[in-house]
Design a binder for this molecule. Structure first.
Ligand code: ADP
Ligand code: MG
Length: 402
């Protein structure tokens, strides 16, 4: 697939669909999060890296206010919309994917229009877009953000909007939150827009300060495997909203703006205070996850800055235990990846992304990568699960023109 995934193929796809030349081809990657899970709606820290898997957008401007969208990965042919008429579906905030796949790119155009960015004659004219993506969908690897950011990056240049990657990511998040109706944080869009090759992106989700942290796995003889469990458990959406609400109510009880403002040194006191205030025992555990997870991000950064990638393994595994036991967003398949990989000699492993299925990451010495992959696959077979999809996460570039 990757052989055939490039600007020429996307341009050829565009020609086939629209019978004309695209003005260009833009790429935006999927991501995995190294550490910092469910912290991004607590104003906390995250540390994603971009995957080599990208969503390509071949695009050309129009002059008649029409937006045409086509994806090689979606059935149903070309979706045609009028830019001036784009509006979020009433009640979309209660459930994702209301308008089908086209809601993601249409939402981006809507967000640009709402921000007053399409007032110019050229920008009001609409566009034709054709997408080809190698980011697995629904695997917790942010195919949705890749689709949004590819769209925004293409239109940014086509219309000469001059948006920086951070602004662009925020507009994409707004598209997903309001237009599609998925209450996601800012991590996925920032990762797709801002990551650089050979680095993990440290992101403070409160003010979007960021730093590229060197993450040269190959130089250390290491590999980071992505294990896509190929399952998605249905409880996902409501459970996410519930976690979010629990964190927000705990922050109110603790009289902090967000859980990010509880320092690790004050965790025990904060938990005691919550208990005294009558907080549910599960809320206490949710808080413990968020505060310790932010701390783990800081510890990982310290080790990466010291050039010691190997030693982050136990922090990854500790992060998994916290997601599993305190935040309760793991599932049997994700737990099995972590257990079987660590038993087979991995340096550490954890679920990545929202949880309840999707993907896990495994840090492993290059020499052990094959044996560990085999052990995980066999463990899945033994448990009666479908074979997982396993591939290396090579830290790659963020959104760009090809
Ligand atoms: P994730 O972002 O983890 O892959 P989401 O549920 O957030 O999972 O987003 C997946 C959805 O994004 C798909 O169901 C589809 O609607 C849309 N999507 C992503 N990539 C594409 C693509 N290349 N073509 C069409 N739709 C896509
Ligand atoms: Mg997504």
């Amino acid at each position: 697939m990757t052989d055939e995934h490039g600007p020429e193929q996307a341009a050829a796809g565009f020609r086939e669909v629209y019978g004309a030349e695209p003005a260009g081809v833009w790429a935006a990657p999927g991501r995995v999060n190294l550490i910092g899970e469910h912290t991004d709606y607590n104003d906390g820290f995250v540390m994603p890296l971009a995957l080599p898997h990208t969503c390509l957008a071949a695009a050309a401007p129009r002059t008649d206010g029409v937006l045409r969208l086509h994806s090689a990965g979606a059935p149903g042919g070309v979706v045609e919309l009028r830019v001036a008429e784009l509006a979020p579906v009433a009640g979309a905030a209660t459930g994702g994917d209301r308008g089908g796949w086209a809601a993601y790119p249409a939402g981006v155009v809507w967000a640009l229009r709402e921000a007053g960015l399409l007032a110019g004659a050229a920008a009001a004219g609409g566009a034709d877009l054709h997408y080809e993506s190698t980011v697995p969908t629904g695997a917790g690897l942010s195919s949705s953000a890749a689709l949004e950011v590819a769209t925004a990056t293409a239109l940014n240049e086509l219309y000469g909007l001059g948006l920086d990657p951070q602004r662009l990511a925020r507009l994409c998040q707004r598209a997903e939150n309001v237009f599609v109706g998925v209450p996601c944080g800012i991590m996925d869009q920032m990762a797709s827009a801002c990551c650089t090759e050979g680095h993990a992106l440290f992101l403070d989700t409160r003010d979007l300060t960021q730093r590229q942290v060197p993450f040269d796995l190959a130089a250390r003889g290491l590999r980071l495997l992505v294990v896509d469990t190929r399952v998605k458990h249905a409880l996902g959406d409501g459970a996410y909203a519930g976690r979010r609400a629990a964190c927000e109510s705990a922050a109110r009880t603790l009289q902090v703006r967000a859980l990010r403002d509880v320092p690790i040194e004050e965790l025990d006191a904060a938990l005691a205070r919550l208990a005294r205030a009558g907080a549910d025992e599960t809320v206490v555990r949710r808080v413990r996850h968020v505060v310790t997870e932010d701390h783990r991000v800081e510890q990982v950064i310290g080790r990466l800055d010291a050039g010691d990638i190997r030693s982050i393994g136990p922090l990854l595994t500790a992060g998994h235990a916290s997601c599993r036991d305190d935040f309760e967003v793991s599932c049997a398949e994700l737990d099995l990846v972590v257990e079987s990989a660590n038993e087979a000699g991995a340096l550490g492993a954890r679920m990545t992304g929202g949880g309840f299925g999707g993907s896990a990451i495994v840090l492993v010495a290059e020499a052990d990568a094959e044996a560990v992959s085999k052990a995980v696959t066999e463990a899945f077979g033994g448990a009666g699960h479908r074979a997982p999809r396993i591939f290396p996460a090579v830290p790659s570039a963020g959104a760009r023109r090809l």
